[in-house]
Design a protein around this ligand. Sequence first.
Ligand code: NAP
Length: 689
Amino acid sequence: MTEISPREFDGKMVHDVRSFAAGHWIRTDDAARAIHSAVTGQIIARAGNSALDVAAMLDHARDVGGPNLRAMTFHQRAKLLKALASHLGEHKQPLYDASFATGATQKDHLIDIDGGIGTMFVFASKGRREMPDGHVYLDGEVEQLSRNGTFLGQHICTPRQGVAVHINAFNFPVWGMLEKLAPTLLAGVPAIVKPATSSCYVTELAVDIMLSSGLLPEGTLQLVSGGLGDMLDRLGTQDVVSFTGSADTAFKLRSNPNILRNSVSFIAEQDSLNASILGPDAAPGTPEFDLFVKEVMREMTTKAGQKCTAIRRIFAPQVHVDAVIEALRVSLSKTTIGDPKDPATRMGALVSHSQRADVLEKAAQIGQEAERVIGDPENFDLNGAGPDGAFLPPMLFHCANPDAAHTVHEVEAFGPVATIMPYSDLDHAIALTNRGQGSLVASVITNDGDVARRVALGAGAFHGRLYFNNATSMAESTGHGSPLPHMVHGGPGRAGGGEEMGGVRGVLHYMQRTAIQGSPDILTAIGDKWVPGAQEITHTDHPFTRSFHDLHIGETFHTPSRVITSDDVAHFAEFTGDKFYAHMDDAAAARNPFFPGRVAHGYLLLSFAAGLFVQPDEGPVLANTGLDNLRFMKPVVPGDALKVRLTVKHKTSRNADYGEVRWHVTLTNQDDDRVAEYELLTMNAYATA
Ligand code: NAP
C-alpha cells in the first residue's frame, strides 16, 4: 500500500484522505472537510480537494479504463474480480482496524467488509458461469421474424462506453463500494467512486489495497474523497450514475440539467420505510414469534440501525402488540452499547454527531404520533465509552392508530429507531405496509402459505424484496436486512426506483441492450453462438476426435439414417420398463390426440441419436454433462428413418484443461421433418490425447 503521512488540521496531525485521479494519488488542500471519530468525537481525518481535475478523471476513465476493460472477455473480468476479492480478503485486518472509528463493531465489519468481499466473489462466479467467455452478452432467445427463418432477431448487451460514477452512503464504506464495483467492472465499465465523506477513510484504504495489488488495469478505478466538484455537469450519454443516499440528495442530483439533457442513466437507492409483519399465525409461544422478535432486534441494533434495509415499521396483530413490546424490551435490554472495539459491545455509535442529531430530530417527529416505549436517549448506559461519542440507545415507539398517522410512514430516522403498530387483519397489514410508498424490503414471519401469497400479491408492487421466514427456514435464512448479490436490491417509489445486484441483472445496468436484426449468419457472427440456418462448416474428421480449440462454431456432422422398427420399440419398453400405452397398444395410442398409432419412445430416439453421432474411441470428449431445451416435435412410428445433425453451437472454457461445448442437435425423419431438437453439453479437452 502507498505510504502517506498525516497532515496538520486545526493544530492536530490527522489522516489525510486522498483521492486517486487519472493515475495519481491527490492529497487534500485547504478546502478539505474535517472527519470526526464516531466514538471519541475527535477529528481523525480530513478529506477534499477543491482543485481536483474531474475532467481529466473522466477522460482517463473513458479513454484508458474503458478500452482496457472492453478488451477483456467477461470471463477475464470475472477472474479479475476473484483475484481482487482474494486480495482484499488477505488484507482485511487494516480495514477492520480503520472501521471502528465509524462506530461499527466487529460484527458490523463482517457485514461491511466480509460482505463486500463475498459479494465480489459471487459476481466473479456468476460471471464465469452465466456469462460468455466473449464480449457480447446475449439477452434471451433468437426471435423468429420471418417465415423461412432467413431474417431473425436477437437482443444483445454491450458495455457502455462511458464511466460509472458511484456516489455512496456513509453506512457501508466497503460493501457500498464493492456491490457496485463488481457488476460495473464485470460489465466492462470503469468506475469513479465517491464515498460519503464521514467514512471515506475506510473506502480510501480499500481502494488503496485494490490498486496496490496491481491487478486493476489502468484507468478502471478512481476515487474522489470529498466533493465531486462539477463532475455531474460533465457526464455524457454513455455514462451512468449509481447513487446511494437520502431521497433529498437523490432528488437534487438526478435533477441536474446535464443529467436530464443527456439522459444519463441514474440508478437511485435511497431511504426506505421498510416494514416487518408478524403473521396472523405467529402467536406468542410459536417459533415464528421468537424469530420475529429476534429479526426486529437485530435490525434495530446492527450498525446502530444505520442500514437502508433496517426495519422501521413493525406490524403485529392487535392482540399481540403488547407481547411483542415486552419481548423486545427483554431482548433489547441485552444490547450492550459502547466502544465498538470492546468485544462485549453489541451496538456501537452512529457515524457522527450530526447523524445522531438528525436521528433525534426525526425521532422527535415520530414522537408526535407515537409514544416511546423503549429507550431513553437522555439516559442509557455507555459501559465505559467516553461521553463524546455519537451513541444512542435502541428506541421503540408505539403508534396505536397507524391509520391516522403520517410521520411514522414517511419519516426515516436512520438509526436504532423503529415503531410498532397494530393491524386488524391481513388486508389491513398489507395496506399499512404499502403506506411506505415504496421500500427496499418488507418481511413477513409466517408459516402460512396463503398469508405469504396474499402479501406477495397485495404488497409485491410496493417493495423491491419480500422476505418470508419461519421455523423451516430460520436456521439458514440470511436476515431481513441483508441484500444478497444473487437477489435484486432496490425498490420502487420512495426507495428510489433503482435496482442493483440480482446477479447478472445488476451487470446489465452498466450495459446497453440493443435489438439486432439480420440473417442467421449475421447473428452467429455477432453473438458467437450458432443460429439454426447459419452456414454449416464441414470437416473431414469426426467432431468428437477434434479438441476444444480445434472445433469451430458452426462445425456440423450429419449422420446416416437408421430405421426404427416395432421390435426396437418393444425391446426398449421391455429393457427400460417404460410400457406407456402409446408405445405398446396401437389402438389405445390412436385414441390419443397426439399419436397416429403406436409410437417410439422419445428416450429411444435420444439413445439412437447418440448411437448415430457418437465416435466411440477415447478422445477429447471427456463427458456428456447434460442436455437443454429438449423438444419432441413429431411422433416417430415404426418404419420411420431417423438421422441426426450435430452442430457446434457455442464453446465456453471451464478450466486449464477443458471447456464446455454446446451442440445443437436436430433429429429428422425420412421426410426431413424435425422430430426432436435439443442442446447437448459435453466437456472437451483442449488437447487431443
Ligand atoms: P446523503 O447525505 O444523501 O449522501 C449520500 C452521498 O451523496 C454521499 O456520498 C454524499 O457525499 C453525496 N452527496 C451529497 N450531496 C452531494 C452533492 N451535492 N453532489 C454530489 N454528491 C453529494 O446520505 P448519507 O447520509 O450518506 O446516507 C444515509 C442515507 O442513505 C439514508 O437515508 C439511507 O436510507 C440511505 N441509504 C440507502 C441505501 C440503499 O441501498 N437504498 C443504502 C445505504 C443508505 P458527502 O458525504 O461528501 O456529502
